[in-house]
Design a protein around this ligand. Structure first.
Ligand SMILES: [Zn+2]
Ligand SMILES: [Zn+2]
Length: 328
């Protein structure tokens, strides 16, 4: 993996053009966009070939050689293998309810689509959405960003995060503060960046173009992690909750008072972090909190309340994904 990471870093250093997700035309006036696109199309092919011959590099997810210029050292087929989260999801936290397991032939009314956890202990946030399941290539790319310092992947991943955030556009207020889940300052210093903030910045760039009417302002400074916590890796849901209790604070409550907040993180695992942050922001006076993450790990032993049977039914387990979800 380390060798792969080095190859990827080398590739990111030699890149000139963006991948399919990072266009050259972001800051070009609309009238010039089509002209730029035509120029890029003509130049791209020979320059790609030359670049790949002079500076061979490989995809940081699958290891295959990259065949063209790219800011994110990820091949096209890996980008294309990042499906959106499907199935029937909890309408509050986005948990996959695994409804297929219980299909009775009748469509399930939307109000039934709430997972057991949200029903028993409603979260302080209004709704949480994610782009895809925390597995496979998406998990590899998130690990590349967090642990291998391959920060250019945040651009492509930011597009996916933007699509998750856009799911909320129709139901959230038209003006919101966007708050990335903070790292403790010592962890941020060691890592050199907060991956949630990089992803948020990339996603906001996209949303400014796709949803210009949605006024989203990055507000990284309003929420701080005041205590360094143990890594969430392999902690149970209860331990995760205890681990983040009282960890977050709002140094300037005036900054969030009456404001609607869109909280952003890379992974939603048990929801412990999202709940703790939301609680803190609401206590400081925020009007509402919504949550968007890039990936969603499934809880161990997902269950939902089935009114037909009047009991809680366990739908499926995904122990492996849970155990390998490291948290912040
Ligand atoms: Zn690949
Ligand atoms: Zn739920």
């Amino acid at each position: 993996m380390a060798a792969k990471a080095q190859a990827c870093l080398a590739s990111s250093a030699r890149c000139v053009f963006g991948s399919q997700s990072d266009t050259l035309t972001l800051d070009v006036p609309t009238s010039d966009t089509s002209r730029w696109r035509a120029v890029v199309r003509v130049l791209r092919s020979p320059m790609d070939a030359l670049s790949c011959a002079l500076f061979p590099a490989s995809c940081c997810a699958c290891g295959n050689p990259l065949l063209r210029f790219t800011l994110s050292p990820v091949c096209d087929s890996c980008w294309n293998m990042l499906p959106v989260q499907g199935g029937t999801l909890c309408r509050i936290c986005g948990e996959d309810l695994g409804i297929a397991t219980f299909s009775t032939g009748n469509p399930r009314p939307e109000e039934d689509c709430v997972c057991r956890v949200c029903r028993m202990d409603p979260p302080p946030f209004r709704r949480a959405v994610a782009h895809g399941a925390y597995q496979g290539t998406l998990r590899t790319l998130i690990h590349s960003l967090k642990y291998e310092r391959i920060t250019p992947v945040s651009n492509g991943l930011g597009h996916l995060l933007a699509s998750a955030m856009a799911q909320l556009a129709a139901e959230t207020p038209s003006e919101m503060l966007v708050v990335p889940v903070p790292l403790h300052r010592s962890k941020r210093r060691t890592r050199g960046y907060n991956q949630a903030e990089l992803l948020t910045q990339a996603a906001l760039k996209v949303l400014r173009r796709t949803h210009p009417e949605w006024k989203l302002r990055l507000a990284s400074e309003v929420l701080v992690r005041s205590r360094r916590t143990a890594t969430q890796f392999e902690l149970s849901a209860r331990q995760r909750r205890d681990n983040v209790r009282g960890v977050f604070s709002v140094p300037e409550p005036r900054a969030v008072a009456g404001r609607d907040i869109l909280l952003v993180d890379d992974i939603y695992t048990t929801g412990a972090t999202a709940r703790a942050c939301s609680k803190t922001l609401l206590k400081a006076g925020a009007a509402s909190v919504w949550v968007a993450t890039l990936a969603r790990a499934q809880r161990e032993g997902v269950a939902f309340w089935d009114p037909k049977f009047g009991k809680t039914a366990v739908s499926h387990t995904n122990v492996r994904e849970m155990a390998s979800s490291p948290g912040s």
